[in-house]
Design a protein around this ligand. Structure first.
Ligand code: ATP
Length: 365
């Protein structure tokens, strides 16, 4: 468990800014944990507290069960990769990767072997004699990752390592990092504001907002069961749709009303919702969990089509339902004209309900 990381009540302020507020977090050995959130939410500060690049105001940092709160970065068994590749321009790739091992005064042959192995792992074995100026951005970032990995750290910390790369390279490197983690198994904490990157890479994602973790779950859970309206709206392309819905009852049945149109709820939820009859809730549903009917038929929510965007494998509709605007993913075969009224059927099992006051998900299961 050398790679387990634990933050206990960590707080870091800069003047009046509370960058990290009493944060508790446990990252398991060999886990790939992503810190995700909008700009300024405290991701980088959290990472820097783990690294020892920031002194915490309060709380403790443990790595591998050892209290490292007062230790400098070099004594924490960590390696870091930043957004700026920070490779030494005057050294060859081989010298760059071997730099840390030379500082440790390891025998030359041993360094050479370790550098070769890591370079192969990152598919830059052919580039060892080149200088950074002779490399592409993606290759330079691989050198930076290789230089971190070769140290066999207990913990690998990465801060937006792909954000300087173009879209295609980002995609390739994302898959590479995932493969690398599977092969090396180093506990990794990865900071990004890119939710697709987070969903793709993380074993778990910690979604941060204003210095706090608002949800810590697997990518599927964060996507399917956001803990708050903020998480649902931050994750997913398009983000989760939100509608205003009132809890009503008729003939012993409890249902939701969007405008005046009834939407059925999960039978198991009815009991809990019965106490809320008359209350307005926020109904969340993802674009792909709405079925489209070409006309407003019985049992479907009537919606007015505003725009249809063909996106290859699917078509993205923007529609208006009562006073809310929704995004709906449907088959490219559906042909409907802007202004036309269509019908929507929300997949019952995929509906999420949130309190209007706290914007937190209701516990109905
Ligand atoms: P980004 O994605 O933009 O890098 P982030 O989520 O990583 O954002 P942090 O860099 O951790 O956010 O910053 C959190 C808050 O702390 C911000 O309000 C930021 O302005 C503030 N902050 C960070 N570092 C310092 C500093 N050295 N001095 C003063 N304020 C700082």
């Amino acid at each position: 468990m050398a790679g387990e990381i634990r933050l206990a009540g960590v707080r870091k302020t800069f003047g009046k800014v509370e960058a990290v507020k009493d944060l508790d977090l446990l990252v398991q050995e060999a886990e790939f944990l992503v810190l995700l959130g909008p700009s300024g939410c405290g991701k980088t500060t959290t990472l820097r507290c783990i690294a020892g690049l920031e002194r915490v105001d309060k709380g403790k940092v443990f790595i591998g069960g050892r209290d490292v709160t007062e230790l400098p970065p070099a004594k924490r068994g960590i390696a870091m990769v930043f957004q700026s590749y920070a490779v030494f321009p005057h050294m060859t790739v081989e010298k760059n990767i071997g730099f840390g091992l030379r500082m440790r005064h390891l025998p030359k042959e041993e360094i050479k072997k370790a550098v070769r192995e890591v370079a192969e792992l990152l598919q830059i074995g052919e580039l060892l004699d080149r200088y950074p100026s002779q490399l592409s951005g993606g290759q330079r970032q691989r050198v930076a990752v290789a230089r971190a990995i070769v140290m066999k750290p207990d913990v690998l910390l990465m801060d937006e390592p792909l954000s300087n790369l173009d879209a295609l390279l980002r995609l390739q490197m994302r898959a590479e990092l995932k493969r690398l983690h599977r092969e090396v198994g180093t506990t990794t904490v990865y900071v990004t504001h890119d939710q697709i990157e987070a969903l793709s890479l993380g074993d778990r994602i910690a979604v941060m907002r204003e210095g706090e973790i608002v949800q810590l779950d697997t990518p599927n859970e964060v996507y399917d069961k956001p803990a708050t309206v903020f998480v649902g709206g931050f994750i997913g392309t398009p983000p989760m749709n939100f509608l205003s819905a009132q809890v009503r009852s008729r003939d012993e049945r409890v249902y939701l009303a969007v405008g005046d149109f009834p939407v059925e709820v999960h039978a198991e939820w009815e009991g809990k919702l019965r106490d809320m009859v008359g209350k307005t809730l926020i109904l969340g549903i993802r674009a792909e969990n709405i079925e489209v009917r070409p006309t407003a038929e019985e049992g479907a929510l009537p919606a007015q089509l505003i725009v249809a965007e063909p996106l290859g494998p699917q078509q993205l509709l923007t529609v208006q339902v009562d006073r809310d605007i929704l995004k709906v993913a449907t088959s490219p075969d559906l042909s409907a004209q802007p202004g036309q009224t269509i019908g929507l059927v929300l997949t019952k099992e995929k509906i999420r309900l949130f309190s209007e006051e706290t914007e937190k998900a209701l516990k109905l299961e």
